[in-house]
Design a protein around this ligand. Structure first.
Ligand code: FES
Length: 115
């Protein structure tokens, strides 16, 4: 039996062994999830939003403590969340990419105003 993790917005998915962390699955699939602590639940940068219906192993107390309530909104730490079956997660844009996209969108809006 295997698990499958699909990452959004790219839609890239990968089959993994049950118990594989979402972060490991992302690395195998070539999906970038920012980290700074190397998967030790310390940096909080690997936060992803899990889509409803996803089948993950139960959340551990340590991860729950780190998330401080965000787990109720569907957030999990990719380095701690382990796939059990079908899993779909939304990967937030890294802050630099998000800033560049916002700037480009603003620039495009301004260019439209010229016409
Ligand atoms: S990789 Fe740092 S908290 Fe998950």
């Amino acid at each position: 039996m295997s698990a499958k993790v699909t990452f959004w917005p790219s839609g890239v998915g990968i089959e993994v062994k049950p118990g594989t962390s979402v972060l490991s699955a992302a690395r195998k699939a070539g999906v970038l999830i920012q980290t700074r602590c190397g998967g030790n639940a310390a940096c909080f940068m690997c936060k992803v939003k899990v889509r409803p219906g996803s089948d993950l192993m139960p959340i551990a107390d340590e991860e729950r403590r780190k998330l401080a309530g965000l787990e109720a909104e569907g957030y999990r730490l990719a380095c701690q969340a382990k796939a059990r079956g079908q899993v779909e997660v939304d990967v937030p844009l890294d802050p630099l990419r998000a800033a560049v996209q916002k700037l480009l969108a603003k620039q495009a809006e301004e260019n439209d105003d010229l016409w």
